[in-house]
Structures are given as structure tokens and as C-alpha cells.
Ligand binder design. Structure first.
Ligand code: NAD
Ligand code: ZN
Length: 406
């Protein structure tokens, strides 16, 4: 076994976890949000100047054609938007309000969209055009009425994508101050009820800290990819996939896990031959891990709970893989397709949170409300049941409100 191929001995060593509330970023962001809550717009304006060197600006969106994008780019954005919309519509259609009738009355649930949402579109390092589509399209299909886009970038392709995706307002503003402005209100914008979208550690810390005030989607932080592969995998493809997710952020991480030493050693040799890729290996942004067998590979994957999971090993039964944000089955399924245009969302849980949370989808924007209508006969039956329990709890008026109906 060569130097950079490590045996999986301790999964914990590779596990990524969210920063604890004492981290420097959290302390800084807490202070920024406190000032926005106290001082309002003036604090947002000052922070935007300090961190980004511009004043927050409302940008009126024009039709996508008016941004003079290269025609092939505009067409690609439209085609991606239509696939993302197709997937979101497919999901929306599966969510059906339902009611059943029994001997006490009618009982059911219904889906109701959150009214005002804010979508953060990262723009610090790269203008993430696709995030405008991934956040705003499912919100529109869910039925959210106000859909504010917020980004530090006013790249024409982001504006065209936001317009195409149906943003009802666009505020050029970035970082934790953008999340604060959406949550507390800014200028003519009323506070939104939910903020979604990925971002760097400042953006994610702000979302976490404000999660008592607003609904948030997921801890969508620095990207991750885990590849489970056998020795037949196309090495050039998986090397490109690992480098792709690593290029998002210096904290992004890609892992290749296999029980084949031959594969891992060969991939290591290819990486070592290219100075850019070698650096990713040296900085542990690309990690090569040797497992003993496929059971070991599956156990590692479930423990790590990656944002993106690429299954390039026909021996592994996908139903045994329980923790991931999005699963890509077979080596044809490049994770980059999921980033841009295959349809399912790219806003996904990171840092191990995929063991308990889901990526963004049309469902994220919907409240599930229960509805009950008790009839004359049911009233008596339920009183008999409930009164007994209220009595045991010594909740006198609860008992009374049922007794008067019995
Ligand atoms: N998990 C997912 O689904 C997913 C999807 C896409 C992108 N991402 C991640 O989104 C992130 C995008 O990050 P980004 O930085 O390019 O853009 P960003 O828009 O998230 O952050 C840029 C903003 O950060 C603020 N900022 C920068 N340095 C600061 C400092 N020292 N103090 C206070 N505020 C500061 C600035 O206001 C700036 O506008 C990457 O980490 C990428 O991996 C995740
Ligand atoms: Zn990516």
C-alpha cells in the first residue's frame, strides 16, 4: 500500500462535524446579527460596505432574454430550469391532501405553503447560477407567494436565472448580513418566514443562529463527495468528480472508498502525476481509503453520511445505504449533473447532518397541517375517552369542555 492510501480503521477520524457554538465564526456572526436586530437597516448597510464594499441594492429583474447572455448559455439555463421544475412538479404531484372518515368524524392533513421565503444564492467565490434555479423553482411550485432572492453577486446569468425561476424581488447583499436582513426585514422587505440556500460558514452560522426566529432548510455547508467503487470503475471519471467537489471550497472534501488496493494505488499514482491534484491529496481534500470488504464500505458510508454519494460498485445493494443527501447510482451519474441540471436539488445536508436531515425540495416549503371535524356521534365517543384521561391529569377545564359535549 502506498503513502496516501489509508486503511479505514477509525471512521471518526474522517467524520466532519458542525462547528460548535463557541467557534470564532459563531461569535462573530452572533454579534453581527445582534446589531442588525438592534440597529436595523443602518447596520446592514454598514456591514455590506465593510465585508463586500458595496451598499445593498434592490435590482429590478428583467426578462431572461434581456441580459444579453451568450445564446447557448441562456438555452442551457432554460433547459436546466425545465428539468429542475419537472422534478419539483413530480414531487409536488405526489403530495396530496387526504382525509379519512371513521365513526367519530373526518380526519386528515393538507399541505400549505409558507408565504414569504428568502433564497440565498452564494456569490463570494463563484456566482452559483444553478442555486438560483434550485432554491426558487421549488418555492414557486410549492406555492410560496413572496420569493426574495439575495446574493452578493449581480452576475447577469444569476439575474437571468432568478428571473426565470420566478424571484419576486432581488436584493444584492451577501453573507451573514443578508440572512439577518431577510429574517429581521430590510427597507421595504417584511421579515421572511423561511430562509433557504447554501453558503459559506458565515451564511450557515447565521442560518443556524436565527433558526429560532425563522424556518431554515438544511446545514448546506462546504461540499462533500463519497465514492464507493470496485476495481472496474473509470478512474479518469472519478478523479474528475473528486476534484470537482473539492474545488467548491478549501473546506470541501472528496473520499474514494474501495476494497481494491489495486484501484486505490492506481488512482494515487495518477493524482501524484498532476501538481494541482497532488495538492488536493496533500491537503486531505481528496482522501483514498482502503476497506476490508463491501460490508465495511457500506458501514463507513452510513457513518460518514455524505452530502453526495456516488455508488460505482455493482456489488453494493443501494437499499443498504441509509445516510446521504443525494445518491448517484452508477458511474454515468456524475455528481456535477446533480449540481446543475439533472433535476433533483443540489442544496443538500453536509457535515454528517445527512444522518438526520434531507436536502431542499418542494416539501421543505410546505407545512403539513392536520384538520379534524368531529360529528354528533363522535362527540360522545371522544368525550368518554378524553374525559378519563383529563381526570387523571387533573386538568379540570379540559374535562369540562368534553363533558359539556357528551
Ligand atoms: N451544501 C450545498 O448544497 C452547497 C451547494 C452549493 C454551494 N455550497 C457551498 O457554498 C459556499 C459558497 O461560499 P462563498 O464564500 O463562495 O459565497 P457566499 O455568498 O456564501 O459568501 C460570501 C459572503 O461571505 C461574507 N464574508 C466573507 N468573508 C467574511 C468575513 N471574514 N467576515 C464576515 N463575513 C464574511 C461576505 O459578506 C460575502 O458576501 C461554498 O462553501 C460551497 O461549497 C454548498
Ligand atoms: Zn458541486
Amino acid at each position: 500500500m502506498q503513502d496516501s492510501v489509508t486503511s479505514i480503521i477509525d471512521c471518526k477520524k474522517w467524520q466532519r462535524e458542525q462547528s460548535n457554538s463557541q467557534s470564532n465564526v459563531d461569535v462573530t456572526v452572533r454579534e453581527l446579527l445582534g446589531r442588525i436586530e438592534q440597529e436595523g437597516d443602518a447596520a446592514v448597510d454598514e456591514m455590506s460596505q465593510q465585508f463586500d464594499g458595496f451598499a445593498p441594492t434592490w435590482i429590478e429583474l428583467k426578462s431572461p432574454e434581456d441580459y444579453e447572455l451568450e445564446p447557448e448559455l441562456l438555452q442551457a439555463i432554460k433547459d436546466a430550469a425545465s428539468r429542475i421544475e419537472g422534478f419539483a412538479q413530480f414531487q409536488r404531484d405526489k403530495l396530496i391532501d387526504s382525509t379519512y372518515v371513521d365513526d367519530c368524524g373526518e380526519f386528515g392533513f393538507r399541505y400549505q405553503a409558507i408565504e414569504r421565503i428568502g433564497a440565498y444564492i452564494p456569490g463570494g467565490r463563484f456566482p452559483l447560477i444553478s442555486t438560483a434555479l434550485m432554491t426558487l423553482i421549488p418555492a414557486r411550485l410549492a406555492g410560496c407567494q413572496e420569493r426574495i432572492a439575495c446574493s452578493p453577486s449581480d452576475h447577469p446569468a444569476i439575474l437571468a436565472a432568478a428571473s426565470l425561476a420566478g424571484a419576486t424581488g432581488f436584493l444584492k447583499l451577501g453573507g451573514a448580513q443578508a440572512i439577518g436582513a431577510m429574517a429581521y426585514g430590510y427597507d421595504s422587505m417584511k421579515p421572511v418566514q423561511m430562509v433557504v440556500g447554501p453558503g459559506n460558514q458565515y451564511v450557515n452560522a447565521a442560518k443556524q443562529l436565527l433558526s429560532q426566529t425563522i424556518q431554515i432548510d438544511v446545514a448546506a455547508g462546504p461540499s462533500e463527495l463519497l465514492i464507493l467503487a470496485d476495481e472496474t470503475v473509470n478512474q479518469e471519471w472519478v478523479i474528475a468528480d473528486m476534484a470537482a467537489q473539492a474545488e467548491h471550497d478549501p473546506q470541501a472534501q472528496s473520499l474514494l472508498v474501495s476494497d481494491s488496493s489495486e484501484l486505490l494505488n492506481s488512482v494515487e499514482a495518477s493524482l501524484a502525476n498532476d501538481s494541482e491534484l497532488k495538492q488536493l491529496l496533500d491537503k486531505e481534500q481528496i482522501i483514498l481509503l482502503k476497506a476490508d470488504n463491501i460490508e465495511h464500505m457500506i458501514a463507513f458510508s452510513n457513518q460518514y453520511a455524505p452530502e453526495h454519494l456516488l455508488l460505482a460498485d455493482r456489488r453494493v445493494d443501494q437499499s443498504l445505504l441509509t445516510n446521504f443527501g443525494s445518491l448517484f447510482v452508477g458511474e454515468n451519474s456524475a455528481v456535477a449533473y446533480g449540481d446543475y441540471c439533472s433535476g433533483p436539488n443540489h442544496t443538500l445536508p453536509t457535515m454528517g447532518t445527512a444522518n438526520r436531515s434531507s436536502g431542499l425540495s418542494v416539501l421543505s416549503f410546505l407545512k403539513v397541517q392536520s384538520v379534524q371535524a368531529v360529528h354528533e356521534v363522535g362527540r360522545k365517543k371522544l368525550s368518554a375517552m378524553g374525559e378519563k384521561i383529563a381526570e387523571a391529569e387533573q386538568l379540570v377545564w379540559h374535562k369540562q369542555s368534553m363533558a359539556v359535549r357528551s
